[in-house]
Design a protein. Structure first.
Length: 473
């Protein structure tokens, strides 16, 4: 492969089955992840046509979206949730697909269990009927969210027809300041490039900041690529990637792993790789970031004020005014001190063990503010188990948080965890759209898990840096 090719183009070309009359590429799909919400109709389509799953060993299912995180006794209290649960169990059994159900210790949010099981590997093409499939790009895979009809097509053919996007390299260099996390980095990028800025692109994240990130931090960044309009986002595999995958259940083992690792590293974009666009940012410009509006791009640093209407282009002002009105905020005001009713730490963006550790470190010795409902929801059963072993559950519970079982929970409210009325939620999830958390008038402020913890303790949006111990103390 040409060294001038970036990773995206290398992986795309390796999986190119052929070019369709439409100009689209028919891509072979290395891994297909499915869950209970977008798969029932797809399996029904297979039955109608008398088709089987072409490569069941390349398809893995889990349950996450509709799973209750408090009472998981079967049958579920929610009849629709129970029906969807029963349906995926039946479909996986009949079509020979591996399923991580709630009785399986591997169960959890689809974009968390794929990596922790070692299913997600560099150089793969990965799809799932979920928009945040871009998470898996953290490993140097190219991963796409797909629709239900496409899920059916991949089940039947293990291929997907796609138009090839351009590639934009996003470099963030320098040192991040204390209190700034991966979530702040990705919110900052979306704020600067816009929620439509990535349309037609795959994002390659590069530079000092991403090189130093752990795999879990990289997953947070890639997870939100779709929120910036990009088709996918990825980070080149390096020794951090290899070290994370070593020993994972579904990763190669022994000498096979060493051979695989050598190939994985060879896929990385070389110094002469070519791109359609390059954007650079200075890490020192990023501070703890919070959304103020109704898209992930409507955010500010915690020391800044909500922007005024005249600071936006004429075409954007109607949407900005809509955000002011919906959120009950005024141009020029600070977000510090905005009262919160609910706080949520979890989701496929920030429900990993490192996220829980960051929040627990701040929570220890404090109490949740009166009147605040605070939830901590591990992203998988393995994350939950590890957190309990480390005593994180006790730290949260002693502070007044509700400690829950693994699931998507209040990220999207397809389960009992929902906002009520005009409640304001400080959330570590990925979307702040109107009604996203279950109430048509509920309001969501996106931020890092550490910032969510600070909001829970203070009862309002606060600057996490003011709660951090000075260096050397």
């Amino acid at each position: 492969m040409s060294e001038k090719k970036n990773l995206f183009n290398k992986v795309w070309d390796l999986h190119n089955v052929g070019t369709l009359p439409t100009g689209q590429t028919q891509l072979f799909i290395g891994l297909h992840l499915i869950h209970e919400v977008t798969s029932p109709q797809a399996f029904a389509m297979l039955r109608e046509r008398g088709l089987s799953v072409m490569y069941p060993d390349r398809t893995v299912a889990t349950v996450d979206h509709i799973v209750p995180t408090d009472d998981q006794a079967r049958p579920f209290k929610d009849l629709l949730a129970e029906q969807m649960m029963s349906q995926i169990e039946k479909n996986c059994r009949e079509f020979g697909v591996t399923l991580f159900d709630i009785s399986d210790s591997r169960q959890g949010i689809v974009h968390i269990v794929g990596p922790e099981q070692g299913l997600t590997q560099p150089g793969l093409t990965i799809v799932c009927g979920d928009s945040h499939t871009s998470t898996h790009g953290a490993f140097g895979a190219i991963a796409f969210g797909i629709g239900t009809s496409q899920v059916a097509g991949v089940l039947a053919t293990q291929t997907l027809a796609l138009g090839k996007p351009k590639v934009r390299r996003i470099e963030v260099n320098g040192e991040l300041n204390p209190g700034v996390y991966a979530k702040d980095v990705t919110l900052y990028i979306i704020q600067k490039l816009g929620v439509k800025g990535g349309i037609g692109y795959a994002y390659e994240y590069a530079g000092d900041v991403f090189d130093r990130m752990t795999m879990e931090e990289r997953m947070t960044v890639c997870n939100m690529s779709i929120e910036g309009g990009a088709r996918c986002g990825y980070i080149n595999p390096d020794q951090t990637t290899v070290d994370y995958l070593r020993g994972r259940p579904q990763a190669p083992q022994g000498t096979d792993f060493e051979k695989a690792a050598e190939w994985w590293l060879s896929l990385a974009s070389g110094p002469d790789a070519e791109y359609d666009d390059v954007v650079t940012f200075d890490a020192s410009d990023i501070e703890p970031t919070v959304t103020w509006g109704i898209t992930p791009g409507q955010s500010i640093g915690i020391s800044e004020n909500v922007p005024t209407l005249d600071s936006f282009e004429e075409d954007d002002r109607a949407g900005v005014q809509e955000a002011y009105d919906y959120m009950g905020l005024e141009a020029g005001q600070s977000l510090k001190g905005v009262k919160v009713d609910v706080t949520f730490i979890g989701s496929c963006t920030n429900g990993r063990i490192s996220d829980l550790r960051e929040a627990a470190q701040l929570v220890k010795g404090h109490k949740v503010a009166p009147g605040v409902k605070a939830l901590v929801v591990p992203g998988s059963q393995l994350v939950l188990k590890q957190a309990v072993e480390e005593g994180l559950d006790k730290i949260f519970e002693e502070a007044g948080f509700e400690w829950r079982a693994a699931g998507c929970s209040m990220c999207l409210a397809m389960n009992p965890d929902k906002l009520k009325g005009r409640e304001v939620c400080a959330s570590s999830s990925n979307r702040n759209f109107k009604g996203r958390q279950g109430s048509p008038t509920g309001r969501t402020l996106l931020m890092s898990p550490a910032m969510v913890a600070a909001a829970a303790i203070n009862g309002h949006v606060a600057d996490v840096r003011e709660m951090m111990e000075p260096v050397g103390v």
